[in-house]
Design a protein around this ligand. Structure first.
Ligand SMILES: Nc1nc2c(ncn2[C@@H]2O[C@H](COP(=O)(O)OP(=O)(O)OP(=O)(O)O)[C@@H](O)[C@H]2O)c(=O)[nH]1
Length: 212
């Protein structure tokens, strides 16, 4: 299969169970929203191609399980990512407090030049809000990250936040774009590579939302 893109990036969605990671991804890749919460088991991924500055960027987005019991599996993916979304739910103070724990895991397991964005999801649930926008802004500033409030439900800031992270990754890797270019020739080879390394766990077989 001929290559339809110039570079390939891996992005990772991290955050507590139920903050809406799968819904953000389904909205971005398939423009779908599913009201039910079926917890991700391990890790799944979806792909999308964006054009940034004339470069066709294929992004492989890994959706990780927020549940504690999968953390050993999900941490294996950190080192292979170029960008990370740290996601909390604006209606859950607890999920916001846990961002510090997710960020310290990223510091420990991800590459040094990993690009990060903070996401406060479920912005449509204003009446249930527990985390002020200003708190999100402040935390993001402390960590030197960009910050978006999003809603997978209303499709608010979804394309914007995914595009921003892809742009950041592209900018951070401008000097070694050739390494990212064409090292993997197509999606089939890519999946084979993951399987070879023993880390793909059923990307095609998830029971969740738009995966089915
Ligand atoms: N109102 C509202 N609900 C949302 C939004 N995003 C997700 N949800 C709901 O929140 C619940 C959890 O969403 P998921 O995407 O499954 O959460 P997750 O972070 O992938 O959870 P784990 O797989 O367990 O880590 C579901 O009932 C979704 O419908 C949103 O933007 N607004």
């Amino acid at each position: 299969m001929a290559k339809q893109y110039d570079v390939l990036f891996r992005l990772l969605l991290l955050g507590d169970s139920g903050v809406g990671k799968t819904c953000l991804l389904c909205r971005f890749t398939d423009n779908e929203f599913h009201p039910s919460h079926i917890s991700t088991i391990g890790v799944d991924f979806k792909m999308k191609t964006l054009e940034i500055d004339g470069i066709k960027v294929r992004i492989q987005i890994w959706d990780t399980a927020g549940q504690e019991r999968y953390q050993t599996i999900t941490k294996q993916y950190y080192r292979r990512a170029q960008g990370i979304f740290l996601v909390y739910d604006i209606t859950s103070e607890r999920s916001f407090q846990h961002i510090m724990k997710w960020a310290s895991d990223v510091d420990e397991y991800a590459p040094d030049n990993i690009q990060k964005i903070l996401i406060g999801n479920k912005s449509d649930e204003e009446e249930k809000r527990q985390v002020a926008t200003e708190q999100g802004n402040k935390l993001a500033k402390n960590y030197g990250m960009d910050f978006f409030e999003t809603s997978a439900f209303t499709n608010y800031n979804i394309t914007e936040s995914f595009t921003r992270l892809a742009e950041q990754v592209l900018a951070a890797n401008k000097k070694n774009l050739d390494l990212l270019r064409a090292s993997v020739t197509d999606e089939l080879n890519l999946t084979a590579l993951e399987e070879e390394e023993g880390i793909t766990n059923g990307a095609a077989g998830s029971q969740k939302g738009c995966w089915c």
